[in-house]
Write a protein that binds this ligand. Structure first.
Ligand SMILES: Nc1nc2c(ncn2[C@@H]2O[C@H](COP(=O)(O)OP(=O)(O)O)[C@@H](O)[C@H]2O)c(=O)[nH]1
Ligand SMILES: [Mg+2]
Ligand SMILES: [Zn+2]
Length: 309
């Protein structure tokens, strides 16, 4: 009997596919019935990206016998209020949040929410502005404004087009060596990017996932691909995959890096950065040091938070 450690690269429904990264040599394994979920609200015990212990049986089949501690993970809830959640992916080195300015049009408050979620989960995020070939000529100013907002907040922004090849070398370089999550609304070009990063791969392009349409819960859609240039990509269907996190009102601003940087100078602690006198965040917004779009997203999250309480 052989024992070893490997990484989950796909949930194939009845079984998982594992590989001993950095080697790409995929083999099936089933979950031993004994593995119980520690956190009872989590509905799946093992996710793509999980490092697991396995044991190879006499007949050549493999069994997952344990899960190694996670560096980080992303969960998804069926609704904002739902207690039940499942883990989408684990041990992510970088999340690439893929948005297009127009096709489909990015909604900044929505992107900001996803960024907050990444901050809460401790997952570094890079923003990818996709399909620039479709709107660069008509909207260079809007592209610059978008870049300014997010670089000002401290995020890297990479402009890409699979048509012109713009930004592809940058993404390939950034992905090298790590496990990268590609996340974005259906149609923003996640699968196309993976295909152009490594033409030997075969992600389905132009397909809206069934789960997205039905709003159904399934982890089997998340799959890891090895890039021939190095590193791994998890294609994830839909930004909505990132469930909202439950944050106390006073906590939300901590996950806006540019607000966190100045909030120590607020006169009051805690400060909601709304009505308090001597608020350093509001002062920074007024001076143009914090983008009003980001501040508005923050206010929106505060409001939303009120609704659920
Ligand atoms: N013009 C242009 N079209 C793109 C680009 N990337 C993707 N598309 C198209 O956008 C549609 C959705 O792409 P897909 O990769 O399936 O998006 P996904 O749902 O995020 O995986 C397809 O018709 C692609 O051909 C791009 O950079 N430029
Ligand atoms: Mg896709
Ligand atoms: Zn304040």
């Amino acid at each position: 009997m052989i024992q070893g450690e490997a990484t989950v690269v796909k949930n194939a429904g009845s079984h998982y596919l594992l590989s001993k990264l950095p080697e790409w040599d995929v083999f099936p394994a089933v979950l031993r019935g004994k593995i119980r979920l520690k956190a009872s609200e989590i509905t799946n015990p093992v996710a793509v990206g999980d490092r697991v212990r396995f044991q190879r049986e006499e007949d050549g089949s493999s069994t997952i016998t344990g899960i190694l501690p996670r560096k980080n993970y992303v969960i998804r809830r069926s609704t904002n209020l739902s207690r039940q959640a499942h883990i989408i992916a684990a041990n992510i080195d970088m999340a690439y949040l893929i948005v297009s300015l127009y096709f489909p049009e990015v909604k900044l408050p929505f992107l900001d929410r996803i960024l907050v979620t990444c901050e809460v989960y401790g997952i570094p995020a890079t923003i990818v502005l996709s399909k620039t070939d479709l709107y660069r000529e008509a909207a260079q100013q809007q592209i610059d404004a978008f870049r300014k907002i997010y670089e000002g907040a401290g995020y890297r922004v990479i402009e890409t087009s699979v048509e012109t090849g713009e930004g592809i070398a940058d993404i390939r370089e950034a992905c090298r060596g790590g496990v990268n999550l590609f996340s974005g609304e259906s149609g923003v070009g996640k699968s196309s990017l993976i295909k152009v990063l490594d033409p030997s791969l075969d992600p389905k392009i132009g397909q809206i996932s069934a789960a997205h349409l039905q709003g159904k819960h399934t982890t089997s859609l998340y799959e890891m691909y090895p890039l021939s240039s190095g590193g791994y990509v998890i294609d994830s269907p839909g930004l909505r995959g990132f469930g909202l996190v439950d944050l106390e009102k006073e906590e939300i601003a901590k996950y806006f890096p540019e607000m966190l940087r100045v909030s120590a100078q607020c006169r009051f602690t805690p400060c909601t950065h709304t009505h308090e006198p001597g608020c350093a965040v509001k002062a920074a917004v007024e001076k143009g040091l914090i983008a009003p779009e980001r501040y508005n997203s923050y206010l929106g999250m505060l409001e939303e938070d009120k609704k659920f309480r």
